[in-house]
Ligand binder design. Structure first.
Ligand code: COA
Length: 323
């Protein structure tokens, strides 16, 4: 059995936060943000808009695209670092809104690499025969944990959700393989100090509820990690780099993407980039980009689609899909 992707969908909040608007909040400039990150604007969830709202909407789009009813789904996976609340899982909230009685649902957390971890998990469940139709959603609302006084982080992150429907097939298509990695010794490269069991929000200082990032250090390990994930994956799948038709990298920083594609020797037209409109949407960035690439007609049946991500944890990994 292989895990084929039979539908994609996405949802971003309506509110647009431009670089010009950020110039009003912190000492920065449109020119600095564009040249250092490639980001022109990002979306920001409203006060009453939580991760599950975006996830539910993306899931609806993916189910419609797949042409299946919600009750055909037999497992719901949500990759997120920004659940609606500490408990229950956001997957359960989405499962309930979809009316999926008794269908198992759980969150998994690998932050910006969450979608790759989720896809690998869905693939393993399908190959084992445990489930036939899996709804996988990548969603994050990191702007809720962003300090809009901190110019080094507030220019980077945006909110959104992307979803796919994965179904078991005997055809020679779907997930070919994945590589997953983590390095917990660098957990403090990107983290939110409070809100968990170490410092519950009930005793936390407000400044500890915001994301902290060692941007420069993260940049360097991101390029190395992505390269390792891709080289190992292609070797494992017995594929040469030029047999890849399209690369969809995590949209963290356009300079990371350019450095990576230079190292791997891919021409820019093979690499999908939409960071200028959304910023870094964490676990949502790859499924949003995948959905856009599909809708733009950039992926056709039989194509080898390479996904690669890097994020807090540290975590990193890549997946290869035969479309
Ligand atoms: N506007 C203007 N200046 C800024 C700024 C901003 N928004 N943010 C930082 N600067 C300043 C710094 O204060 C520093 O000034 P100094 O030299 O006077 O101290 C200068 O720009 C250079 O800072 P540095 O951190 O070295 O910049 P950089 O080129 O590394 O770019 C990032 C910063 C955050 C854009 C970059 O490091 C990055 O993208 N890192 C990866 C982060 C990431 O991808 N995280 C998510 C992983 S999933």
């Amino acid at each position: 059995m292989q895990a084929a992707i039979i539908g994609t969908g996405a949802c971003v909040p309506d509110q647009v936060l431009t670089n010009k608007a950020l110039e009003e909040l912190v000492d920065t400039s449109d020119e600095w943000i564009v040249s250092r990150t490639g980001i022109r604007e990002r979306r920001r969830a409203g006060h009453d808009e939580a991760s599950s709202d975006l996830a539910y909407s993306a899931a609806r789009h993916a189910l419609k695209d797949a042409g299946i009813r919600a009750d055909e789904v037999d497992l719901v996976l949500v990759a997120t670092a920004t659940p609606d609340m500490l408990l229950p899982s956001t997957a359960c909230i989405v499962q309930g809104r979809l009316g999926l009685k008794h269908v198992p649902a759980f969150d998994l957390s690998a932050v910006c690499t969450g979608f790759i971890y989720g896809l690998s998990t869905a693939d393993a469940f399908i190959r084992s025969g445990a489930y036939r139709t899996i709804l996988l959603i990548g969603v994050d609302t990191l702007t809720k944990f962003t300090d809009y006084n901190d110019r080094t982080t507030c220019v980077i992150f945006g909110d959104g959700a992307g979803a796919i429907v994965v179904r078991a097939t005997h055809e020679k298509k779907g997930v070919v393989g994945s590589t997953l990695y983590a390095d917990g010794s660098k957990w403090d490269y990107i983290y939110v100090p409070a809100g968990g069991s170490r410092t519950p929000s009930s005793v936390a200082d407000k400044t500890n509820c915001y994301l902290r990032m060692k941007g420069h250090d993260t940049f360097k390990v991101a390029v190395r990690g992505l390269e390792q994930a891709i080289v190992d994956l292609l070797e494992r799948c017995h594929l040469s780099p030029d047999e890849v038709d399209i690369v969809i990298p995590h949209q963290a920083n356009v300079r990371i993407i350019e450095a990576l594609t230079r190292k791997l020797g891919y021409p820019p037209e093979k690499v999908f980039v939409n960071i200028e409109r959304y910023g870094n949407t964490s676990a949502a960035s790859i499924p949003i980009a995948l959905d856009e690439a599909v809708r733009a007609g950039k992926i056709k049946s039989g194509d080898n689609v390479l996904l690669a991500a890097f994020g807090s944890g540290l975590t990193w990994g890549a997946s290869l899909i035969r479309w």
